[in-house]
Design a protein around this ligand. Structure first.
Ligand SMILES: *[C@@H]1O[C@H](CO)[C@@H](O)[C@H](O)[C@H]1NC(C)=O
Ligand SMILES: *[C@@H]1O[C@H](CO)[C@@H](O)[C@H](O)[C@H]1NC(C)=O
Ligand SMILES: *[C@@H]1O[C@H](CO)[C@@H](O)[C@H](O)[C@H]1NC(C)=O
Ligand SMILES: *[C@@H]1O[C@H](CO)[C@@H](O)[C@H](O)[C@H]1NC(C)=O
Ligand SMILES: *[C@@H]1O[C@H](CO)[C@@H](O)[C@H](O)[C@H]1NC(C)=O
Ligand SMILES: *[C@@H]1O[C@H](CO)[C@@H](O)[C@H](O)[C@H]1NC(C)=O
Ligand SMILES: *[C@@H]1O[C@H](CO)[C@@H](O)[C@H](O)[C@H]1NC(C)=O
Length: 440
């Protein structure tokens, strides 16, 4: 979860590359409505969408952390010959890991990597411990060959996980996920031996396998199904947004070196300087000192401190937030009818770090995209809708207070610039799926 001077320098070197290399576009399939309740009870199960044999990325509804989770998955080949895995696209962590056959299938319920069947695996003799807000994954670092569509990356550091807690859905189903692929900055100084662990997309940039050290994410509307989104590695898809991209700088984290007690600054997550949040219904919060807003594709919901979330919910609904809070799910249940209102929730982000008032970027999200229907595909048909911002107790182990997850990110096209440490943002064009799923 962190960027080192090493990663930074390597990336900076790759900012000019040969023109012949093309960006890699991978399509995304959206299937957001397959939610699981607390007892793994499917709230609503619509027509299943499966990965087609040619798709590289899919979004699939899965149970994670606090139920009602959806995730965006990338299909990745690991080893030689390639064994296929569906990995969660996570801009909020650095490591790529898959479960190994050493992992108990009760914990690692979906795919498991058989290292003995790969001719390219190299054990680095270093243990891996990945901690997430929602759980942990432990195992060992390996170097392996990774295949993404037609692209092969050699000697990518990956984790082969032999134990996980709280991450992989415990009840297997065919559209579950296997592991995680991290797109945050390399976490070189955060944990022991993370210096080995350069995230795949940084590795692609360092080895000049993509034309520019950037990647661009388009999730598409919550209500688009089939192959409706995409991630582009090394390029920008101009057809997926309106207007022009505005760039906002990524902020540093201050880290304490555990051995020396020394403080140092590192890029860590794709965190921008938030300057405020307001709703069209009258809630208006201006941060006196700025707050980190972390862009996290690996988080289905956005997350804010409880008192802030409560006030937003009350401003939108006019009802005491405690009455709307569902403790079992850690979510606010709000009237599905509000989806047809014109209500917006606007996040503002600084475009320069020196002065928070300098031309902040206003990023409104319509309530329709912030309301997740729990028991039907659309709010019109649903009887229960979950508010897309959840209170921050969920992040016990984390100092991050604001996370802009998928409920925010779907409304924007985002370009992650690894060399200049900035994120370009523009309103997403919500297009209709161009390819229908062949699932049954
Ligand atoms: C996958 O791609 C191959 C080669 O382009 C094509 O022949 C095949 O029909 C495709 N399969 C599907 C399910 O689209
Ligand atoms: C997982 O790997 C770690 C690090 O090598 C090791 O200490 C542990 O015993 C392994 N656990 C299992 C269940 O294989
Ligand atoms: C992968 O295929 C795409 C589309 O055919 C092409 O533009 C790109 O150059 C290929 N990449 C590699 C590394 O071969
Ligand atoms: C991968 O690493 C091994 C061991 O360091 C090295 O021998 C090999 O040349 C590397 N392969 C590539 C393609 O870089
Ligand atoms: C962030 O930290 C890096 C590494 O210490 C430093 O080079 C950079 O100037 C810092 N950036 C900001 C905006 O503070
Ligand atoms: C939320 O609570 C924190 C800590 O108690 C406080 O500093 C902050 O001002 C509160 N924010 C709002 C919007 O009430
Ligand atoms: C939470 O929602 C579930 C599903 O609708 C419901 O069964 C449960 O009673 C709710 N719990 C609370 C505390 O409202």
């Amino acid at each position: 979860m962190l960027l080192s001077a090493v990663g930074l320098a390597l990336v900076a070197v790759t900012s000019t590359v040969a023109a012949a290399i093309q960006p890699i576009t991978l399509s995304l399939m959206q299937n957001p409505h397959r939610f699981q309740g607390a007892q793994n009870r499917p709230f609503y199960m619509e027509k299943r969408h499966f990965l087609s044999e040619n798709s590289s990325i899919a979004t699939i509804g899965v149970e994670r952390l606090y139920n009602y989770r959806t995730a965006y998955l990338i299909e990745v080949g690991v080893g030689t010959p390639a064994q296929k895995f569906n990995l969660v696209l996570d801009t909020g962590s650095p490591s790529l890991w898959v479960p190994s056959t050493d992992c108990n299938p009760v914990e690692c319920t979906a795919g498991r990597f058989d290292v003995s069947a790969s001719t390219s695996a190299r054990d680095m003799g270093v243990p891996l411990q990945s901690k997430y807000a929602m759980g942990a994954a432990n195992g060992n670092y390996f170097q392996e060959t990774i295949t993404l569509t037609n692209l092969t990356v050699f000697n990518q550091t990956i984790g082969l996980v032999n134990e996980t807690f709280g991450i992989i859905p415990t009840v297997p189903h065919e559209d579950s996920f296997d592991g995680v692929i991290g797109f945050s900055f390399p976490a070189t100084r955060l944990a022991e031996r993370y210096d080995l662990d350069i995230p795949l997309v940084f590795n692609l940039a360092n080895n000049q396998l993509i034309p520019e050290p950037i990647f661009s994410v388009y999730l598409n509307s919550l209500f688009e199904h089939g192959y409706s989104g995409e991630i582009m590695l090394g390029g920008i898809d101009e057809s997926k947004f309106t207007g022009s991209l505005t760039y906002a700088p990524v902020v540093n984290y201050t880290i304490t070196d555990k051995e020396t007690g020394q403080l140092f600054e590192e890029y860590l997550l794709w965190t921008l300087a938030g300057t405020g949040i307001k709703t069209s219904t009258g809630f208006n919060l201006d941060f006196a000192r700025g707050e980190g807003f972390t862009l996290d594709t690996g988080s289905t919901f956005s997350i804010a401190p409880r008192n802030v979330t409560e006030q937003i919910v009350e401003s939108i609904t006019g009802i005491d937030a405690n009455q709307l809070y569902n403790e079992t799910y850690g979510l606010y249940q709000i009237d599905c009818g509000l989806a047809s209102s014109e209500v917006t929730i606007e996040f503002t982000i600084a475009t320069a770090l020196e002065s928070k008032s300098s031309n902040p970027l206003h990023l409104p999200v319509s309530l329709r995209e912030m309301l997740i229907p729990a028991d039907a595909p659309t709010p019109e048909e649903a009887s229960e809708c979950m508010f897309g911002i959840t209170p921050a107790e969920q992040l016990e182990d984390s100092e991050t207070r604001y996370i802009l997850g998928d409920t925010f990110l779907r409304s924007f096209y985002t370009v992650y610039d690894m060399a200049r440490r900035q994120v370009g943002i523009a309103p997403a064009v919500f297009i209709q799926s161009s390819i229908e799923s062949s699932g049954n």
